[in-house]
Design a protein around this ligand. Structure first.
Ligand SMILES: [Fe+2]
Ligand SMILES: [Fe+2]
Length: 450
């Protein structure tokens, strides 16, 4: 409902800024509200917008600015300078194909109505939207944006020439303006992205690529304070990236999230087995209840670091969700030896369970990596597959993945891909201390056990 209000507000502002009759104004208002419902509302109901209010807020602000800017630029410089290409590019980079397509068509129809049913305005807007959807679906490098702008410029020039042939009219400098439009738009999009990403924490793939650079200060700190965790996170990243690619999820998001998922371990690295190189396990001298709090702390401190360093909201989700509400079995069993009536719930991670596919993949890759550490080149591919399958199905039957959107079909593909990656990597891995191998129980989170 707030979206409809936003579109009405934008049209009111638009009509205050540009000359228009009251009749046209009221028709436009009704259409804007109706079109928002038809095109935009559906996008805003998708999963990503429900994860955090920042997604909806960022989209709504861009939508309002896009209505005003597109109308003002068409009014001032003509259709050749419509900013529909600019805003649909921005939306596809920050959100997804469907949201960009819907905003592009919404803008094209609103402009068509606002400018006295000029069909060329609608056609150019729709054409630019289609080009954006086709060319910017998966962007990992800035040069992809430049390539898309080149295609949009060529198509724009053909569009103007066709219009000239059909109507016999062509504006002054129209060919030049329509060719320059996508290039100027791409410069603005690339220039404005870091500002939007930093303030909203909604990241494009281009922003994620920068965070995936191992020179990031947080990752450098992790490699110095907790080298074992750093090694573990790199292997989880390899597994998660390949797995995400296999099921058509965002492999870049999976890889980068994996790098940061255990970032909270920089606070007390020695309490995590992968960092205990020849030192006594500090958990031996404390109560299992305190150990449980220390394990929980790596999630809480990770969330604190994610907020402080303005990491993407989706990475913050992965940090919170990578253990879901699983039980810390090792410490639960230790506590039960002291007090048989202790509840399992006292030894659960706070959760929540993974809320999207990539987050579910990290949870699985995290446990698969822990299991794979124990192989040491002694397992056959069939044994590896059985171990991977047992680990993944253990998490699945615990219902940790019920909100992730991963289907049983996805799970089967993930098992296949994890097996392939582990088989090709395990014998080259640096081995962790022997005590962890002894403590491994399928379905438990081994990386945090001791
Ligand atoms: Fe963890
Ligand atoms: Fe981990």
């Amino acid at each position: 409902m707030s979206g409809v209000f936003i579109s009405i507000l934008s049209v009111i502002l638009l009509n205050l800024l540009l000359p228009s009759s009251w009749k046209a104004f009221s028709v436009e208002l009704i259409f804007a509200a109706l079109l928002w419902y038809l095109f935009i509302q559906e996008s805003l109901e998708s999963k990503i917008f429900k994860l955090h209010k920042n997604f909806g807020m960022t989209f709504n602000i861009i939508a309002v600015v896009s209505i005003l800017t597109t109308a003002l630029s068409i009014y001032q410089f003509g259709n050749a300078f419509s900013t529909i290409y600019l805003f649909t590019s921005l939306i596809i980079l920050l959100f997804n194909e469907n949201t960009a397509k819907n905003l592009g068509f919404f803008l094209s129809i609103v402009m068509f109505i606002h400018f006295q049913e000029d069909v060329w305005i609608f056609l150019y807007g729709a054409l630019m939207t289609l080009i954006v959807v086709k060319t910017l679906k998966t962007v990992y490098r800035r040069i992809d944006v430049v390539k898309s702008a080149s295609i949009a410029a060529i198509v724009g020039v053909i569009f103007v020439l066709l219009k000239w042939i059909l109507t016999g009219t062509i504006g002054k400098f129209e060919v030049l303006l329509i060719a320059a439009n996508p290039f100027i738009s791409s410069v603005i999009v690339l220039g404005i992205l870091p500002y939007i990403e930093y303030t909203s924490r909604v990241y494009s793939n281009i922003g994620l690529m920068e965070l995936g650079n191992l020179n990031h200060p947080l990752l450098k700190l992790l490699s110095m304070r907790a080298p074992g965790t750093y090694q573990h996170s790199s292997m989880v990243a390899n597994l998660a990236e390949a797995a995400a690619e296999k099921i058509g999820a965002n492999s870049l998001l999976a890889r980068v999230s994996a790098y940061y998922h255990d970032i909270g371990k920089i606070k007390r690295p020695a309490f995590f087995v992968e960092n205990q190189f020849g030192i006594e396990n500090p958990h031996n001298n404390i109560s299992p209840y305190l150990s449980h709090l220390i394990l929980d702390e790596h999630v809480k401190y990770g969330l604190h670091l994610a907020k402080k360093n303005r990491l993407p909201i989706l990475i913050e989700h992965v940090i919170a969700e990578h253990h879901g509400t699983r039980i810390q079995k090792y410490f639960y069993e230790k506590a039960r030896e002291l007090n048989p009536s202790v509840s399992e719930d006292d030894f659960r991670y706070p959760g929540p369970k993974p809320q999207f596919k990539e987050s579910g993949i990290i949870m699985l890759a995290d446990s698969v990596e822990a299991v794979s550490r124990t192989f040491k080149g002694k397992k056959s591919p069939a044994q590896i597959q059985a171990a991977v399958e047992e680990t993944v199905m253990g998490i699945f039957t615990e219902r940790q993945l019920e909100n992730s959107g991963l289907t049983l079909e996805d799970i089967e593909l993930l098992i296949e891909e994890f097996t392939r990656v582990v088989t090709s990597f395990y014998h080259k891995r640096i081995e962790y201390p022997k005590k962890e191998e002894e403590g491994i129980i399928n379905g438990d989170n081994k990386s945090d056990k001791l």
